[in-house]
Structures are given as structure tokens and as C-alpha cells.
Design a binder for this molecule. Structure first.
Ligand SMILES: [Zn+2]
Length: 495
């Protein structure tokens, strides 16, 4: 095992470019497994309680394809702009390992159900990059091996088949990614699309989204690809990013010193922040793929595909655009609100009955509500403040009854008590004074108290308004609507 792992911030002799392709496995959001009626809810449950003769590979059993899994897989491929094959074939991928009771995995090989897609990925610098998708295919998950209990390392291995046979799609990108940041952005976009489409929950902590990365280096400007390493055990988006950056440094050091990169599978060790050699990369022929004789080819009737396409919900990219054009939101606000389907639905529910209030509402959701949801690890769908109540709160801010500070206090109480906004505004005594007659009265007093500031403002020194507003806020015990006070002071001195 070579040990070339230079420190971060190294400089390389050659200007290298990173070339990355990702293989992402996502568990489809079905109730049952791909070929049997066992539940897919076995994560964290007692080991081997979601098993049956089919998914444990008992002799004489036959697989029965889960229709819902196929629907979700096809919808995922449609959401990723893929071409659907009229006919696809399940294949046996043969390998012997204890997590695989049949000693083969049912997958798709030569004839996957979809190919040639693409995903638009928003990059940090504002560019949108189209990442091509080579193929998406269906397969069953393997079981899980346990080599330790808690921190105790075992001298034997345990196997849990709860996950074995769960329905997965594998999404294989073309090697279109050029940096760890692009890989991170691609995964983020992929997760958003699959969650929006309802195909997968993509919960990485539950292993519902897993990623392998193929990475190679080449001198910038060169056409041909270098020898690649396949990175495994990337358990988080950050893990993917860190592993790619480590691998860039490792491969650059090898190439700079005139050595070769070996084609192999490497394991990411998040604790030690390094990749290490696991095995030389297996080739497809090692798996002795052949069509599964127990499963008929999968044929997709065009009208069925058309119905699936029609039932796809609005996807994040379209939603972002619509939020900008229909609600006049900034690109940033639109992208935050459209990134999560539940949040977007919550926002639009709150917005109904609040014409022209989108910006006020977006501020409340993004600046106040999201922080609380994240802190409680809660989705918008489970928010204790009903969308309609938040809409009402935004209406009070828009009408000038409430300052944004006041709205924050009211929201905190709404979160705990569930009371309507108007009731809490009265209870907390935080309503703003926007009544012109009352405001003018305070302004007259302020102008008398600060004659110099009044004169300065009159002669065009805009900054002098600050101290006058200050006096009004003091007189009103902080309840005057500052925006209205500004307008009325200018009116008063220009008379
Ligand atoms: Zn089963």
C-alpha cells in the first residue's frame, strides 16, 4: 500500500485537472422490497426482522417485481431527462460475499431501463452546468455486514439482511465533473430532484443515498483521460468532497514524481482523512453477468410512461424560475425556497391570500422559520406554525402593524403556543404605531427638541434624519413604524 499523502495546500509541477464521474445509489421510496413483500423500514430495527425466503435466497423461491419500484425508477429517470428503453433486462451479477445470500445480485447490465440523461447543476459562481447522465438502472440492495458492536471489534462478522433486496436505482454520471465543489453541487441537485419527484427520500444517514466516485487527473487542456481510482465508503456529501481533494493530492504527487496511478478501488477513511487501497479494480467480466432467467424482460408501454411523466410534480429548476417570475423573488430567495418540496409548498400555502407579500413572507421564512426548523431537525411539513398563520404574520408586517423585530418575537410565541398572530401581537403589546396623526405629533416634538438637526435636514444633509427618528422612537417607546416616520419627517421639514 503506497503512502503518498501530501499535506493540503501543496503545489504541483503540472497544472492538473480533476476528472470525476459519480455513481449514486438511491433507495426508492417504496413500502416493500424489489422482489418480495418484506418491508423497507428495517433501518435501525432488530437485525433480520425484514426477511423472507425470497430475499434470503432460499432454494425454490422466485422473485416478483415490485410495480411501484418500477414506477418510481421510471419517474426518477424522466426527472433526469433520460431516454427510457422500451425493453430492459434484469441480469445476475455474480459474486461471492456473505452479504449476498444468493451469491448474485439482481441488477441490470447490458440493457438498463434508461440512458442518456442530464442534470442542470447550479454552481457557486452562478454558472449552470449540464452534467450528462450515462445511465440509470434498477437493482436490489445487499445486506449489511457488522464487524463490531459499539466500539468492540469482533473476531467474526454478523450479517443483517433487513436491507437486502431493497429497491435501488444506480445513477451513473459521465465524467463531466471537474472539481470537488462541482461534485458536491451535483449531489445536492440530484438529491433535490429525487426528493421533489418523490422517488427517494435520499436520507444519507439511513443509507438511502450512497455514492462512489471515479477520479483521475490529467494535465489541463489534454483530451484523453488518466487512469482512475474508484473511491468507496463516501458517507456524506462532505466526505465526497474531502475524499476527492485528498485523491487529487495523492495522484498529483504520484504523477509529478514520474510514477503511475494504479487502477484500483480505494476506501475513504473519514477519521484519518485519507483513502487507502482496498483491492485492484474488478472488471465487468469478473462478475459473469447473464440475463436472469427468473425474470421476464421489462417492457414499458408508451401510454404508461406518458402517464408517469404527466404525474411528475414540478421540479426544482422549474419551481425556481416560476418563483422568480410569478412572485418577483430574487434568485437567492427562489433557490432557497424551491430547494425543498415541503418548504416550497408551505411557502405557497402561506402566500395565498397575501397578494404582493412574497418578499415579506420570504424574509420571514428564510431568516426566521428555517433556522428554527433546522435547529429542531424538522421538515416544513411538520412545522408547528401552520402556513396560514405565518401568512397572517407576514400580512401584519406588510401592513406596518408589526416591525420585523416584533414579527420575530411573535413567531417564537406562535411556535410554542400555536396561537394566531393577531392575538399574540395584542398579548405581547408589540404592535407598531403606523397612525399618521400620532406619528406627526411625535415628529413635531422631535423637531422642537432637535432644531439643529431639523435645520440640517432642511438644508439637504440627509444624515441628520437619524437623530430625529431616534427621538421619535424614544417618545413612542420603540413602537413607531420607522419607515413611515422617515417619510413623515421629510414631509414635515419640506413644508
Ligand atoms: Zn423478503
Amino acid at each position: 500500500m503506497e503512502r503518498v499523502g501530501p499535506a493540503a495546500g501543496m503545489t504541483t509541477k503540472t497544472d492538473y485537472e480533476m476528472v470525476v464521474g459519480l455513481e449514486v445509489h438511491c433507495q426508492l421510496a417504496t413500502r416493500t422490497k424489489l422482489f418480495c413483500a418484506c418491508g423497507t423500514d428495517g433501518f435501525g430495527e432488530t437485525a433480520n426482522t425484514r426477511v423472507c425466503p425470497v430475499c434470503t435466497g432460499q432454494p425454490g423461491t422466485l422473485p416478483v417485481l415490485n410495480k411501484r419500484a418500477v414506477e418510481l425508477a421510471f419517474q426518477a429517470a424522466l426527472a433526469l431527462d433520460c431516454r427510457l428503453a422500451e425493453e430492459s433486462v434484469f441480469a445476475r451479477k455474480n459474486y461471492f460475499y456473505p452479504d449476498l445470500p444468493k451469491a448474485y445480485q439482481i441488477s441490470q447490465y447490458e440493457r438498463p431501463f434508461s440512458t442518456d440523461g442530464g442534470l442542470d447543476v447550479a454552481l457557486k459562481d452562478g454558472r449552470v452546468k449540464r452534467v450528462r447522465i450515462h445511465r440509470v438502472h434498477l437493482e436490489e440492495d445487499a445486506g449489511k455486514l457488522l464487524h463490531e458492536i459499539g466500539s468492540k471489534r469482533l473476531d467474526y462478522s454478523l450479517v443483517d439482511f433487513n436491507r437486502g433486496g431493497a429497491p435501488l436505482i444506480e445513477i451513473v454520471s459521465e465524467p463531466d465533473l471537474r472539481s470537488s465543489e462541482e461534485a458536491y453541487a451535483y449531489l445536492t441537485a440530484l438529491k433535490e430532484v429525487l426528493q421533489h419527484a418523490g422517488c427517494s427520500r435520499c436520507d444519507m444517514e439511513k443509507g438511502e443515498m450512497r455514492c462512489d466516485a471515479n477520479v483521475s487527473l490529467r494535465a489541463r487542456g489534454r483530451g484523453e483521460l488518466g487512469t482512475r481510482a474508484e473511491l468507496k465508503n463516501l458517507n456524506s456529501f462532505k466526505g465526497v468532497k474531502d475524499a476527492l481533494e485528498y485523491e487529487f493530492r495523492r495522484q498529483a504527487a504520484l504523477l509529478d514524481s514520474g510514477r503511475r496511478v494504479v487502477q484500483e478501488t480505494r476506501l475513504w477513511d473519514a477519521q484519518r482523512q485519507e483513502t487507502r487501497s482496498m483491492r485492484s479494480k474488478e472488471e465487468a467480466h469478473d462478475y459473469r453477468y447473464f440475463p436472469d432467467p427468473d425474470l421476464a424482460p421489462l417492457r414499458a408501454a408508451p401510454e404508461w410512461v406518458a402517464a408517469l411523466k404527466a404525474s411528475l410534480p414540478e421540479l426544482p429548476a422549474a419551481k425556481r424560475q416560476r418563483f422568480q417570475s410569478q412572485h418577483a423573488l430574487s434568485a437567492y430567495d427562489a433557490s432557497v425556497l424551491a430547494s425543498d418540496r415541503e418548504l416550497a409548498e408551505y411557502f405557497e400555502r402561506a402566500l395565498s391570500g397575501l397578494p404582493g407579500g412574497a418578499k415579506t413572507l420570504a424574509n420571514l421564512v428564510i431568516n426566521e422559520l428555517l433556522g428554527k426548523l433546522n435547529a429542531e431537525k424538522m421538515t416544513a411539513g411538520r412545522c408547528p406554525v401552520p402556513a396560514e398563520s405565518l401568512g397572517e404574520l407576514a400580512r401584519l408586517v406588510q401592513a406596518g402593524t408589526l416591525s420585523s423585530k416584533g414579527a420575530k418575537d411573535v413567531l417564537a410565541r406562535m411556535w410554542e403556543s400555536g396561537k394566531p398572530a393577531a392575538v399574540l401581537v395584542a398579548e405581547l403589546g408589540v404592535s407598531q404605531v403606523s397612525d399618521d396623526a400620532q406619528l406627526r405629533d411625535w415628529i413635531e416634538q422631535a423637531l422642537r427638541a432637535q432644531p439643529q438637526a431639523a435645520a440640517d435636514l432642511k438644508s439637504g444633509k440627509e444624515r441628520a434624519i437619524g437623530s430625529l427618528v431616534g427621538v421619535v422612537m424614544k417618545l413612542s417607546k420603540g413602537k413607531a413604524n420607522p419607515a413611515r416616520v422617515n417619510v413623515l419627517i421629510k414631509e414635515a421639514v419640506s413644508r
